[in-house]
Write a new protein. Structure first.
Length: 64
């Protein structure tokens, strides 16, 4: 599994995941469980939705 997420993308996903979970707890809704998905993808560094489109937010290293 090749990582396809940069650091800014990871931070945004972590914050978004926590916000979704907090909103789910506040409204006592099971929809808050969905917040686990962006947190998981941020921790792993790989987003399956990026694969079909060939998107990568990782910084690439240049060859010398």
């Amino acid at each position: 599994m090749i990582k396809n997420m940069g650091s800014a993308d990871k931070i945004i996903r972590l914050i978004l995941g926590v916000v979704i979970i907090v909103i789910g707890i506040y409204f006592q809704s099971w929809w808050g469980v969905i917040g686990i998905l962006p947190i998981f993808t941020a921790l792993v560094g790989w987003c399956p939705a990026y694969m079909p489109f060939g998107i990568s937010t990782c910084k690439t290293k240049t060859a010398k």
